[in-house]
Design a protein around this ligand. Structure first.
Ligand SMILES: *[C@@H]1O[C@H](CO)[C@@H](O)[C@H](O)[C@H]1NC(C)=O
Ligand SMILES: *[C@@H]1O[C@H](CO)[C@@H](O)[C@H](O)[C@H]1NC(C)=O
Ligand SMILES: *[C@@H]1O[C@H](CO)[C@@H](O)[C@H](O)[C@H]1NC(C)=O
Ligand SMILES: *[C@@H]1O[C@H](CO)[C@@H](O)[C@H](O)[C@H]1NC(C)=O
Ligand SMILES: *[C@@H]1O[C@H](CO)[C@@H](O)[C@H](O)[C@H]1NC(C)=O
Ligand SMILES: *[C@@H]1O[C@H](CO)[C@@H](O)[C@H](O)[C@H]1NC(C)=O
Length: 207
């Protein structure tokens, strides 16, 4: 099915594009972090696991380790027992940008999210897929959950934010730091449009 040209483009995208990653810390991902597979659905772990993490319907959070200085993150959810496709997921919240490498922790409150129409309730099994893009392509990790309306995440689960911008703390005046930020952002946009063009080419080749 795949022509050599398409295979070449995928190889090029993989080789050029992916050089840093993120690791989901909580809730636990399906399996041990697999760097090479992270650009693919659920980090290459295609099937849901039976030891699901109990997770609150409201007041929850997720945490991750970022290896990028500037990135965009968001959460998808599927209510299928064993979702096999991105088509089986809905977007929980709007994607947002954050800066910095290290540990970050964000609220994940299904009760006040954009997926209240799914009618989520206590006892439901769901899968969340974290989508992270540090400017060199989207990366994915999944966690399988059982929702509960009578459960709080243990206070022993770490939820902290690394101190933000890592590049301009030393002697740079603030003018330099805003230049750094905007050039990082244009790199981010440039890389993303390059990816867009590559994927458009691949899409045409597949069509
Ligand atoms: C499920 O079990 C596997 C194998 O023991 C383990 O690696 C993984 O961390 C567990 N997942 C959760 C969410 O507890
Ligand atoms: C949720 O998943 C667990 C583990 O796979 C399973 O034992 C349980 O029956 C499932 N619950 C529902 C409501 O499907
Ligand atoms: C899950 O995704 C597959 C592949 O796109 C699609 O055929 C199927 O209808 C989807 N199922 C649900 C319930 O969304
Ligand atoms: C719901 O989606 C809209 C549009 O994407 C966004 O502006 C809003 O912040 C989202 N609400 C929540 C709770 O995520
Ligand atoms: C969860 O925390 C809230 C607020 O501290 C508390 O009122 C509630 O009883 C806790 N629920 C459980 C199941 O521990
Ligand atoms: C981390 O920062 C984000 C906003 O960038 C905020 O929503 C979240 O609550 C913060 N987490 C903690 C643990 O302070």
């Amino acid at each position: 099915m795949h022509s050599p040209a398409v295979a070449f483009l995928f190889a090029l995208i993989t080789a050029v594009v992916v050089n840093a990653h993120f690791q989901l810390q909580f809730p636990a991902p399906r399996g041990v972090f697999n760097m090479d597979n992270e650009p693919t659905f659920c980090d290459g772990y295609l099937d849901s696991v039976s030891n699901r993490t109990e997770f609150p319907l409201s007041g929850g959070f997720y945490s991750l380790n970022s290896e990028h200085t500037q990135w965009v993150v968001g959460v998808l959810i599927s209510t299928l027992d064993n979702p096999q496709s991105f088509n089986n997921f809905s977007q929980v919240n709007s994607f947002f940008q954050d800066d910095g490498e290290g540990l970050f922790c964000f609220p994940l409150d299904f009760a006040t999210s954009n997926v209240t129409s799914l009618g989520l309730k206590s006892g439901d099994n769901v899968t969340i897929q974290i989508v992270f893009d540090g400017g060199d392509g989207q990366l994915y990790q999944c966690a399988d959950l059982t929702l509960s309306d009578n459960f709080n995440i243990s206070s022993s689960v770490s939820c902290t934010n690394a101190t933000g911008s890592t590049t301009t703390t030393s002697t740079s005046p603030s003018a330099t730091s805003s230049t750094t930020t905007s050039s990082a952002m244009s790199n981010y946009l440039a890389v993303n449009s390059a990816i867009g063009i590559l994927f458009a080419v691949v899409g045409l080749a597949l069509a």
